[in-house]
Design a protein around this ligand. Sequence first.
Ligand code: NAD
Length: 284
Amino acid sequence: MSKIISGKEVSAQVREQVRKECEELKAKGVDPGLAVIIVGDDPASRVYVNNKKKACADVGFVSEEYALPAETTQEELLALIDTLNSKPSVNGILCQLPLPEHLDEKAVINAISPLKDVDAFHPSNVGRIMIGDYHFLPCTPAGVMELIHSAGIEVSGKSCVVIGRSNIVGKPMAMLLLHENGTVTICHSRTKNLTEICREADILVAAVGRPKFVTGDMVKEGAAVLDVGINRDENGKLCGDVDFESVEPKAGFITPVPGGVGPMTIAMLMKNTLKAAKLQNGMD
Ligand code: NAD
């Protein structure tokens, strides 16, 4: 078993499985479809949306892009979501965040039908995750869990530390580890003794958004270290929240950046879209 967990390899396996199931659905007359909304011209959002469209084509889904100008009003955006909510050929709706400042992100998330909410950001889906009775899991934390499983890492009874408490990564990540009986600590910007807490972790997930934040001295010998961060270092090179160079020699398992959690996020989005198509056609 390799110590480096390859998100490239595991995501390819997830996508292959989705591709296979998509063919089976098509044979039954169901053609899964994802609608992607992008407002404005943020270059990073454009890259993410393009990657999502490519992934759809790769697994056999229909994708529709709704590229709206930056000055789109709240009413116009909500009206589009309303239309997509009742459009049968659209199984999943994704509104690329962040939105321009004049738009109310919460209201937009709330407007997407929970059954089409393939990002799993709607409060109803968040609540379902809390009680362990869910349709969809948020893509990034679900991708991390898939990597943990693929490496054969047992979560039950382990000390798990999540650095970061965002609604889209840190909090749901902690909940998924808890569902698998990990003993979970959530650390954040006000945490005291961060290094000491991290050093106790058997499983350490970094979702901080700071380049190379987790260093070798913060990691227990043999720990599994999962790096969610996508940052640029001082030379403009892509890097994670983990200082790979100093952590890799100590870790039992580690995910690289790029090629770790990143590709998993999109693979899990495909999985959620497939699930949405099944749910809406009474097949799940
Ligand atoms: P965020 O900014 O919403 O949250 C960052 C969290 O880190 C906060 O909860 C904050 O309390 C914590 N934090 C900040 N400084 C800290 C410190 N000094 N000590 C301890 N905790 C600290 O970010 P996010 O949306 O959760 O994303 C985190 C990272 O993951 C970013 O690099 C983002 O680009 C990346 N990300 C990657 C994917 C992917 O697909 N791989 C998806 C989403 C986010």
